[in-house]
Design a binder for this molecule. Structure first.
Ligand SMILES: O=P(O)(O)OC[C@H]1O[C@H](O[C@H]2O[C@H](CO)[C@@H](O)[C@H](O)[C@H]2O)[C@H](O)[C@@H](O)[C@@H]1O
Length: 925
C-alpha cells in the first residue's frame, strides 16, 4: 500500500463517553463532529466543492448512486432470510443481525448477498500502530501528528467510527515509537558532546538511547486524548518488557525492536525476498519480542472485550494475535485481514517459525486477502506445512473451519476527490507543475524507497524507452518521487543499495538523454505534501507503477480519481495486488524492460476516445469499491460465516457425561471402531501406524467386560489386524471394509468375498500403475480383495489432482464393467466390491442382537474418521433405537460433513473416552 499523506486530525481531550446503549448514535455523531472541528482537514465540510467539470459517473453506475458513495447519506434496504437455529439466532441477536430494514441504515449495500443484514454492535479493530505519531513531554498534553502510510486502513477505521455505520468502534494499536519533546535548555546534542560541557556534571541522559519512562498519569492523559475522535475510541498498547515499580512507569527503550521480526523476517518473505543464512541469534530475540507484542495486544483486547464483540485484526505484525486472543476468550469472533501479499508455500517453508505463524493466524474465524492468488497460497501452505485439509473456501484447523476469502481494499474515493480538486491552492499547484514542464508529456511515478516498489526497474525501462523511441526524447519527463521507507529491513540497509542504484540510474539517464537545460528524469527523494501529491497525480499524462510485489497499490487508485478530467492512462505492474481489480489499466511485467518501454509509448499515443473509455471503467471501479464497501463486505462475510459455521451445522462435541451415564445403565453394549485415524493417528507410512500400548490396554480392558462386544471394522487387511490386535481374543475383527470377519474368541476368518470374481483387480492395478508412474511418492497397497493407491507422500496438491483423475479413469472404465466401488480415503483411493461395506457389517452386528426392545443393545458407540465410516453411521440411523442409546462419533473437525451425531477431534480423544468408560466400570465394582 502506498503512503499518501494522511489528513491531520488531532482529537481534543474529551470526557469519557461510554459508547454503548441508546445514546450511541448521538455520542458517535458528537465525537465525530468535535474531531472534525478540531483541525481543518482535507475532507472537512469547508473544502471546495468537487470540480463541476468532473463527469457525474455516480449516477450511471449500475447498483449504486451518489447516495451510496456519499457517506453523509443513508440508503434503505429490504429484509434477508436468515438461517434459523438456536445458537445461530443467539449469535445474530448479539450482533444485531436482525435482518430488519431501517430507514436509517447507511451500512446497507444493495449489492451484498444479504441486503438486509445490519452490521452493528461493538467492533474492536487491532492494527499494529495507532494513526498518530506521539510526541511526549512529561506532565503535558501529548502532541499527536498524523502517521503517514496505510492511509486506506486508517480511512477504513474512520469510516467504521463514523455515523455512517452502526458500529461502536474501538481501535487497539501500538503507540508507535514515542518521541520525546526535548527540553530546549538541554539539547540532545549536548548529551552526545565528546567533552562534557560542564565537567563537574554528568551529561544528561539521552532518552532515545536510555529509554523514556512514561508514568501512569501521562499514559492516562493519552488515553483520554484518544478516547474520542475520527477513529472512534483508541486504546494504545504500551510495549515494554515490564512495568517499573513503584511509580508504575513504562520504560520505552529500543522501541524499534517491536518491528524487527515482522519487518525484517516476515515483510521480506511475504514479498518474495529471502535473506542469507544467519546464526539465528538476532532472529530469536526478535521472535521473543514479536510474541510479547502479540501477547500484550491480546491482553489489551481481552480486557476491553465484552461478550458478542467482533474483533478485526490487521496485517502481519499481528499474525499470532488470533490464537492468543482465542486462548483468552475461546468463543470470540475474529476476522483477520492481510494487507500484504501472501507468497507461495515454497517461500513460506523457508521461515523457521512457519508453523507458529500459520497456526497463530488460524485462531481467526475468517481470513481475508487482497487477491485470490494470495488466499490460494495461504490455503495451500496450511495443507503443505501443517497437513490441514483446505480448499478455496477455507481451512479445517484443529476442529474449526477457518473461512478464507478475498477482499481487495479500496480507497476513500470521495475524500481523495475532495483533496485533489477542492483543497485550497490545489489549482495553483497544478498550474505551477504544468508550467514547469510546458510542452512536455509528464510521466509520474510515486513510490516508497523499498526494493519491492520496482523503482530501479522503472528507471531502467525508461532508459530503454528513450533508446527505442528517440522521437520522444526532449518531449517527455519522468517525475519520480520516492518517499523514505517505513520498513525496518529497508531502512537499515547499510549500503543504502536501492538509493544508490536509483541515483546512479538517474545520473546515467540524464547524462545520456538530457541537456544543460533539461533533465528527462526529475527525481525527488522526499515526502510530498498532500497538495503537491494530488497536483502531481492530476497533471500526469501517464501514471507508471512498476512494483515487483505489493499487496494493494493505493497510489494507482488515487491516480485514477485524480484523472477524472484528463483520463490519462495507468501503466500497472501485474505483480501489484491492484492489477486483478483494474483490468482496464495497461498491465506490464516490470522485469520485461522492453515491454514496459512499449507500454509507455502506447500510453502516450493512446487516442483520446480510448483513454476516456478505459478510464471510465477504472474510475467506476474505484468509486464503487471504497474503504466503506471493503469493510462492509469483510464484516458482512465474517458475520455470515460465523452464523453459518455456528452449531446449527457443526457437529457437536461428544457429550461424555451422557455417554458415561448410558454406558453405566446398559447391560448390552456394542462398540464399533474404525482403525486408522480413529484409534491411531494418521502417519505417512501405513506400516508405521501401529497401536500404542495405551490403545491396546484400553481395548483389552473394554473387551474384557462380558457386557461389551468390541469390534474393529477396518479397511486394513486381516494380516495387519491379526498382527497387531489378534492377540486380544475378545475383539471382533473385520478387515478390508467388511470382506473378512473374525468373531470374538475365534481364530478363523470368514471370507465374505469368497465367491466374488476378482478379475477386476488386474484392471484396477493397471490404472493404479499408470498413475503411480506419473505421481512421484505414490504407491499401491495390495490386499487380498481391496486395492489401495496411496499418495500421502506425493506433492499434496498434485497428489489430490492425480487422485481425482485416477478416480475418474476407474469410474469410467472398471467400475462400469464390474460391481466395484471407488472410494476416496485419506490421501488414498480404494477399490473394493460393492456387495459389502462397513455399513453392512454394522447392520449385521446390530441385527445379531435383534432390534426388539429387551434384545437390542442398550448402548452403541461407533466411531470412524473417513468417508468409508460414513456407511456405518448411515446404517445406524436406520434402526429405530432410542437416541440416547446410540453414539455415532466422527473423528475430526466439527465442521466436517458427516452422518455422525457427534465429533471428537483426534484419536487420543477416542481413547480418552474409552478410558473414562473403563474407569466408570471399575467404580461400579
Ligand atoms: O478403515 P481404516 O482402518 O481407517 O483404514 C483405511 C486405510 O488406512 C490405511 O491408510 C491410511 O492410514 C495410513 C496410516 O496412517 C496413511 O499413511 C494413509 O495415508 C491413509 O490412507 C491403510 O493403509 C489402508 O489399507 C486402509 O484401507
Amino acid at each position: 500500500m502506498s503512503d499518501p499523506p494522511s489528513p491531520a486530525r488531532v482529537p481534543k481531550g474529551q470526557p469519557n463517553p461510554v459508547l454503548v446503549g441508546p445514546g450511541l448514535q448521538a455520542l458517535k455523531h458528537n465525537s465525530y463532529s468535535q474531531a472534525s472541528a478540531a483541525t481543518p482537514s482535507l475532507d472537512a465540510d469547508k473544502v471546495h466543492p468537487v470540480d463541476n467539470n468532473a463527469p457525474s459517473y455516480f449516477a450511471n453506475i449500475p447498483g449504486t448512486n451518489t447516495e451510496s458513495l456519499d457517506t453523509s447519506k443513508s440508503a434503505s434496504a429490504g429484509t434477508a432470510p436468515l438461517r434459523k437455529s438456536s445458537a445461530g439466532e443467539d449469535l445474530l441477536r448479539r450482533l444485531s443481525l436482525t435482518g430488519h430494514s431501517s430507514p436509517m441504515s447507511p451500512e446497507i449495500d444493495p449489492r451484498t448477498e444479504h441486503p438486509g443484514l445490519r452490521l452493528s454492535g461493538r467492533l474492536i479493530s487491532a492494527a499494529f500502530c495507532i494513526p498518530y505519531k506521539l510526541h511526549y513531554q512529561p506532565g503535558s498534553d501529548w502532541t499527536l501528528k498524523p502517521r503517514s502510510g496505510t492511509s486506506a486502513l486508517f480511512d477504513s477505521f474512520a469510516h467504521l467510527a463514523s455515523d455512517n455505520t452502526h458500529w461502536s468502534h474501538t481501535l487497539v494499536g501500538w503507540t508507535g515509537e514515542v518521541e520525546p519533546i526535548l527540553d530546549s535548555k538541554a539539547p540532545l546534542q549536548q548529551a552526545a558532546a565528546p567533552v562534557p560541557v560542564n565537567k563537574g556534571q554528568q551529561p544528561p541522559s539521552n532518552p532515545l538511547v536510555d529509554g523514556i519512562s512514561v508514568g501512569r498519569d501521562d499514559r492516562e492523559r493519552l488515553d483520554s486524548q484518544l478516547r474520542t475522535g475520527r477513529y472512534g475510541k483508541i486504546l494504545p498498547v504500551w510495549l515494554s518488557d515490564a512495568q517499573e515499580e513503584p511509580q508504575d512507569a513504562v520504560l520505552l527503550k529500543d522501541q524499534g525492536r517491536w518491528r524487527r521480526y515482522a519487518e525484517r523476517e516476515l515483510y521480506p518473505l511475504l514479498h518474495y525476498k529471502q535473506h542469507g543464512p544467519t546464526d539465528g541469534r538476532s532472529e530469536r530475540r526478535w521472535w521473543a519480542d514479536y510474541t510479547r507484542l502479540n501477547q500484550l495486544f491480546a491482553d489489551r483486547i481481552a480486557a476491553e472485550y465484552q461478550e458478542g464483540d467482533v474483533v478485526w485484526i490487521h496485517d502481519y505484525h499481528l499474525f499470532l494475535l488470533p490464537s492468543l486472543l482465542r486462548q483468552r476468550v475461546p468463543n470470540i469472533y475474529i476476522g483477520f485481514f492481510l494487507h500484504s501479499p501472501f507468497p507461495s508455500s515454497e517461500f513460506v517453508r523457508c521461515l523457521a517459525k512457519r508453523k507458529e505463524v500459520l497456526t497463530g493466524v488460524l485462531g481467526a474465524n475468517m481470513l481475508g486477502f487482497q487477491t485470490f492468488s494470495y488466499s490460494r497460497h495461504f490455503s495451500s501452505c496450511c495443507t503443505r506445512v501443517l497437513g490441514f485439509d483446505s480448499n478455496s473456501a477455507g481451512v479445517d484447523a484443529y476442529g474449526a473451519h477457518v473461512a478464507v476469502d478475498v477482499f481487495p481494499i479500496g480507497i476513500d474515493a470521495r475524500s481523495i476527490q475532495r483533496a485533489a480538486f477542492g483543497a485550497p491552492d490545489i489549482e495553483k499547484a497544478v498550474v505551477g507543475i504544468r508550467k514547469l514542464y510546458d510542452g512536455k508529456k509528464i510521466i509520474v511515478g510515486r513510490d516508497r524507497l523499498d526494493s519491492i516498489r520496482g523503482v530501479t526497474q522503472k528507471l531502467q525501462a525508461f532508459e530503454v524507452f528513450l533508446e527505442r523511441y528517440p522521437e520522444w526524447r526532449d518531449k517527455v519527463v519522468l517525475i519520480q518521487v520516492t518517499s523514505p521507507t517505513s520498513v525496518e529491513e529497508e531502512k537499515e540497509d547499510p549500503e543504502n543499495k536501492i538509493a544508490g542504484q536509483i541515483s546512479n540510474l538517474v545520473s546515467t539517464i540524464n547524462g545520456r538523454f538530457g541537456s544543460l537545460s533539461f533533465s528527462p528524469v526529475q527525481y525527488y527523494p522526499q515526502y510530498l505534501s498532500p497538495r503537491e501529491y494530488f497536483a502531481l497525480l492530476r497533471v500526469a499524462d501517464v501514471g507508471l507503477i512498476t512494483t515487483v510485489r505489493d499487496g494493494m497499490n493505493t497510489t494507482s487508485l488515487e491516480y485514477i480519481v485524480c484523472q477524472q478530467n484528463n483520463h490519462s492512462p495507468l501503466i500497472l505492474s501485474e505483480f501489484s495486488g491492484t492489477a486483478g481489480t483494474l483490468p482496464s489499466a495497461i498491465h506490464i511485467n516490470p522485469w520485461d524492460l522492453v515491454g514496459v518501454a512499449n507500454a509507455v509509448d502506447k500510453a502516450l499515443n493512446m487516442p483520446a476516445e480510448q483513454r476516456k473509455e478505459q478510464h471510465l471503467k477504472l474510475y467506476k471501479h474505484v468509486l464503487t469499491n471504497t474503504v466503506a464497501t471493503w469493510s462492509r463486505h469483510f464484516l458482512d462475510r465474517l458475520l455470515t460465516n460465523l452464523s453459518s459455521f455456528d452449531q446449527s451445522v457443526a457437529t457437536p462435541a461428544l457429550d461424555r457425561a451422557k455417554v458415561v451415564k448410558q454406558y453405566r445403565k446398559a447391560r448390552k453394549r456394542l462398540f464399533m471402531f474404525d482403525y486408522d485415524g480413529t484409534l491411531t493417528p494418521i502417519v505417512k507410512d501405513p506400516q508405521a501406524a501401529i497401536p500404542s500400548d495405551r490403545v491396546l490396554r484400553t481395548l483389552k480392558t473394554l473387551a474384557a467386560d462380558p457386557r461389551n462386544a468390541v469390534w474393529i471394522i477396518s479397511g486394513r487387511d486381516q494380516a495387519f489386524l491379526d498382527e497387531w490386535m489378534g492377540h486380544i481374543p475378545e475383539l471382533g475383527l473385520s478387515a478390508e471394509h467388511g470382506c473378512f470377519i473374525r468373531q470374538p474368541r475365534s481364530d478363523d476368518w470368514e471370507n465374505l468375498a469368497e465367491r466374488t470374481d476378482m478379475a477386476w483387480q488386474k484392471e484396477v492395478i493397471e490404472v493404479f500403475q499408470h498413475f503411480t508412474e506419473r505421481t512421484q511418492g505414490s504407491f499401491i497397497e495390495r490386499k487380498r480383495v481391496a486395492l489401495t493407491w496411496h499418495y500421502r507422500r506425493a506433492d499434496p496438491e498434485y497428489g489430490a489432482f492425480q487422485a481425482r483423475e485416477c478416480r475418474k479413469a476407474l469410474e469410467d472404465t472398471v467400475a462400469k464393467r464390474w460391481a466395484v466401488e471407488v472410494m476416496a480415503g485419506k490421501a488414498n483411493l480404494e477399490v473394493r466390491p460393492t456387495f459389502v461395506n462397513k455399513g453392512f457389517i454394522a447392520t449385521r452386528l446390530v441385527n445379531e442382537y435383534g432390534t426388539e426392545p429387551g434384545k437390542a443393545p442398550e448402548f452403541i458407540l461407533c466411531s470412524g474418521d473417513d468417508f468409508t465410516d460414513e456407511d456405518m453411521f448411515r446404517a445406524l440411523k436406520q434402526f429405530d433405537l432410542p437416541r440416547e442409546h446410540v453414539y455415532s462419533v466422527t473423528v475430526g473437525a466439527s465442521s466436517k460433513q458427516t452422518n455422525a451425531s457427534w465429533h471428537l477431534l483426534e484419536p487420543a480423544d477416542v481413547i480418552g473416552t474409552l478410558q473414562l468408560l473403563n474407569s466408570s466400570s471399575n467404580q461400579e465394582k
